[in-house]
Design a protein around this ligand. Structure first.
Ligand SMILES: O=C(O)[C@H](O)[C@@H](O)[C@H](O)[C@H](O)COP(=O)(O)O
Length: 223
């Protein structure tokens, strides 16, 4: 893993957005298309604000969340809502959103359909991940019901996931998809997450799910 420490959050968010834009540009030049996968949660908003204004051929960029909480889009907990409000606007409004949510009571009922929509857009060209203090990433939570299967090399690209700490049921990219991404970035803030990350580097993905990508990740941290 490569660890990048920044003097402050603002600088970090700007630099990470610039980095993602330039890597998407490389993919577009090489392949004519690119797939960007991003986290929800509270951290990445400022990266989205910058990225959405970047000049790129966004019409050839597919955007998919790392994971989604099984809540309708008008819920403040919806990651899709965050994406629409902060990333898929301005220049990036032309990007194609690959939906992870469908209006079914449980994620299992929509899983097959959502996987079909995602597969043509894999592999992910640029993967941005967040991490919780419990060392989860995407919705790969320690102790989650499907964690073991989602870490397996033969896992389907997406799985439903439930964990006590997750709140509602989730749907998440699985480890093979995360590991197949061409570029992997992890964006974290604050001393507690830095400690968690250092611990995760010495643990197995079953104990610390973020560990499944750390060998190939660029980690970006600011206080
Ligand atoms: O839906 C989600 O919750 C995310 O995709 C999740 O994996 C997130 O990145 C971490 O929980 C960190 O969240 P914060 O940035 O809010 O700390």
């Amino acid at each position: 893993m490569e660890f990048h420490e920044y003097p402050d959050r603002e600088m970090m968010m700007l630099r990470v957005a610039q980095r993602i834009a330039s890597e998407l540009g490389e993919s577009l030049r090489a392949n004519g298309r690119a797939t960007l996968s991003v986290p929800g949660g509270t951290t990445p908003g400022p990266v989205f604000d910058t990225l959405s204004g970047v000049e790129l051929d966004w019409s050839q960029v597919s955007v998919v969340l790392n994971d989604e909480r099984w809540v309708p889009e008008d819920s403040p907990r919806s990651n899709t809502r965050l994406l629409r409000e902060r990333l898929l606007r301005d220049k990036a409004a032309q990007a194609k959103l690959i939906p992870l949510f469908a209006n079914t009571p449980e994620p299992e009922a929509a899983l097959e359909r959502v996987i079909e929509g995602l597969v043509p857009h894999l592999p992910v060209s640029v993967l941005l991940l967040g991490m919780g203090e419990d060392m989860h990433t995407a919705s790969l939570f320690p102790g989650a019901d499907n964690l073991e299967a989602a870490l397996g090399a033969d896992a389907p690209p997406l799985m439903a996931m439930r964990a006590d700490s997750a709140g509602e049921p989730r749907i998440t990219l699985t480890a093979p998809v995360l590991r197949a991404a061409v570029r992997v970035h992890v964006l974290i803030t604050g001393a507690a997450k830095r400690d968690s990350l250092e611990r995760a580097a010495k643990l197995s993905p079953r104990e610390a799910p973020i560990a499944c990508v750390l060998d190939q990740a660029q980690v970006h941290w600011a206080e």
